[in-house]
Design a binder for this molecule. Structure first.
Ligand SMILES: Nc1ncnc2c1ncn2[C@@H]1O[C@H](COP(=O)(O)OP(=O)(O)OC[C@H]2O[C@@H]([n+]3cccc(C(=O)O)c3)[C@H](O)[C@@H]2O)[C@@H](O)[C@H]1O
Ligand SMILES: Nc1ncnc2c1ncn2[C@@H]1O[C@H](COP(=O)(O)OP(=O)(O)OP(=O)(O)O)[C@@H](O)[C@H]1O
Ligand SMILES: [Mg+2]
Length: 247
């Protein structure tokens, strides 16, 4: 694991150099993936690494965990509370949709949730421009394959250092990096609505997704869910389709 970590850290340094920037920032949620990335950027650019905490109706636990992660790994911290911003924006969106008779209850939670992820992305880029840093993403192999992220939200980043690793491998990396136990052991959650957990929403588990990605046999029901998620999210893993007169 240490060897893998060293390789990622070196790769991060190369990215900073190639992009001709000063450092790296990551949104720190109190969850596992961002805790690992926070530690990696600290190792890569110790004096120019920033963790951004962006609460948005977040549970107090998430904020406490995020602060603990940042304190333990020693990166700089900025907290920007997006609760009010989101409320103003989403209320207007909802009102206009209702006026146009296009508001649909079944879409409300998801569009609300995705707006949260995109507000965090916008905030990260506003900071990145001023610091002259890159925005580092936290997607792992399991999330990338299933498309379990918001397009241009948490998916809107400059570089992806842990994209090749399954959730289980990221957890092992977290232990090696000294991420606090309560973060390593908690259930993965996008924290986009109360009580949300990744596994309940997806209808399968990271253990199953990880096993599938390693080519192991998993129950047909889980295989079908994973393949369906993968097919439906193909558009998120590539650039936008472009019209060409010559086509
Ligand atoms: N074929 C196609 N070609 C091009 N674009 C296509 C498309 N189909 C949909 N689209 C576009 O994509 C949009 C749907 O994609 P998107 O907006 O991403 O939304 P969607 O995939 O529906 O939802 C995002 C999922 O990721 C989860 N998530 C989000 C953020 C963080 C985390 C986490 O683990 O922390 C998890 C969230 O809970 C939810 O299940 C559509 O509104 C449409 O604009
Ligand atoms: N409250 C928050 N403050 C800052 N960044 C956040 C916040 N919530 C989400 N993010 C960003 O969105 C990313 C995607 O969330 P996701 O839940 O997949 O990762 P995680 O919380 O780090 O780990 P886990 O999947 O184990 O919960 C986070 O890694 C983080 O960069
Ligand atoms: Mg999370």
């Amino acid at each position: 694991m240490e060897e893998t970590i060293d390789k990622i850290v070196q790769w991060l340094r190369d990215q900073v150099k190639e992009a001709n920037v000063k450092g790296l920032l990551v949104g720190v949620s109190g969850g596992l993936d961002s805790a690992v990335v926070a530690n990696l950027i600290k190792r890569a650019v110790p004096d120019h690494s920033l963790g951004v905490i962006m609460p948005l109706d977040s549970s107090p636990d998430s904020v406490t965990h995020a602060e603990k992660v940042i304190e333990k790994c020693g990166i700089d911290k900025i907290t920007i509370d997006l609760t009010d911003t989101h409320k103003v924006m989403y209320t207007q969106i909802q009102d206009q949709l209702k006026q146009k008779k296009e508001w649909k209850e079944q879409n409300d939670q998801l569009s609300n949730a995705n707006l949260r992820a995109r507000l965090r992305m916008s905030t990260s880029y506003a900071l990145a421009t001023n610091y002259n840093y890159l925005v580092v993403g936290t997607d792992n192999a399991s999330e990338w394959y299933t498309g379990y992220f918001t397009k241009y939200g948490d998916g809107g980043v400059d570089i992806l250092p842990i994209i090749e690793f399954t959730k289980q491998e990221v957890r092992e990396m977290a232990r090696a990096l000294g991420v606090p136990d309560e973060v390593v052991n908690k259930k993965p959650s996008a924290d986009l609505w109360e009580g949300q957990t990744d596994e309940t929403e997806m209808g399968t588990s990271y253990d199953k997704i990880d096993a599938f990605l390693k080519g192991e046999e998993i129950p047909i029901k889980d295989k079908e869910i994973i393949e369906k998620m993968h097919r439906r999210t193909e558009h998120k893993r590539k650039a936008a389709n472009q019209f060409r007169l010559s086509n």
